[in-house]
Design a protein. Structure first.
Length: 274
């Protein structure tokens, strides 16, 4: 694109200087000039005459994400973050936005990343508005996403070990599609367990189960007291009942594994029903 400005002066030099000032070009910019009109002296020093007129201009590449950057900065200022710097990396499918600031990241991240996810969702709408080429958008602040991913992988491995040992389903807390995809991907590399998702919208969560035909490595339940008892009181009963029972785990239906990767954004919410 080309940015231009016009300046006037009693001489060409003065007109160029006025045009350059009006242009406000960055330093080291290759500014070019075009003389529109030369100055004309007054007849007999009294009549007619005109000022010189010069156009100053330079070419530049428009930042396709300028609106998105401005939008994010506005949100951050409303959150009390005034010194943030925004950088963008993009390809044909993904846009990766990084936020760097000296202020505390806590207000930007929110509880379990909910505020950051909301900013990401709204920014994705801004970037994809009025375009036919849909792009996934991820926003990271500091190294929060990397830390969160490590935490989720550790959580998946820890609970997979419980399922493998005791044979009882484990239902994790509600997560967005990106986080559920991390859990599913991690569990794919663990022998003897599988996973699927249940629930809808913001309450969708991952269920970890034993693979069909796989037996738990420990047959005594969570606590001593019988072959399968949860507490003491009979061979398999809770307190002498028919079988051990855990509401939050047993309530999850057993179904074939279901991946959350399809349609999920790089980081955060895309389709909460996936």
């Amino acid at each position: 694109m080309i940015k231009e400005a016009i300046g006037t002066g009693s001489t060409l030099d003065e007109a160029k200087e006025a045009a350059l000032k009006a242009l406000g070009a960055p330093e080291d910019t290759d500014v070019k000039y075009e003389v529109i009109e030369r100055e004309k002296a007054k007849l007999f020093g009294l009549f007619g005459g005109s000022l010189a007129k010069v156009k100053a201009f330079y070419e530049f590449e428009e930042d396709p994400f300028a609106k998105a950057k401005a939008y994010v900065l506005t949100i951050l200022k409303n959150l009390g973050v005034n010194d943030a710097e925004i950088s963008v990396e993009a390809d044909e499918e993904d846009v990766r936005i990084s936020i760097n600031c000296d202020d505390d990241y806590g207000s930007v991240i929110g509880r379990r990343g909910e505020t950051l996810d909301a900013i990401q969702y709204l920014t994705r709408l801004v970037i994809n508005r009025g375009t036919e080429d849909y792009r996934r958008v991820s926003i990271n602040v500091g190294n929060y996403r990397e830390k969160r991913e490590n935490t989720l992988r550790s959580l998946a491995r820890k609970n997979a070990a419980k399922v493998r040992k005791y044979g009882r389903n484990v239902v994790l807390e509600p997560m967005n599609p990106y986080e559920r995809r991390i859990i599913h991907t991690t569990l794919q590399d663990i022998e003897g367990v599988t996973s699927h998702s249940v629930g809808s919208d913001g309450d969708r969560k991952v269920v970890i189960t034993l693979e069909e035909g796989v037996k738990p490595t420990h047959s005594g339940g969570y606590n001593k007291g019988g072959r399968g008892g949860y507490n003491k009181g009979g061979r398999g009963g809770y307190r002498g009942g028919k079988s051990s029972y855990n509401k939050s785990e047993a309530s999850a239906p057993s179904r074939p594994p279901r991946s959350d990767s399809a349609g999920a954004s790089l980081y955060g919410k895309i389709d909460l029903n996936k």
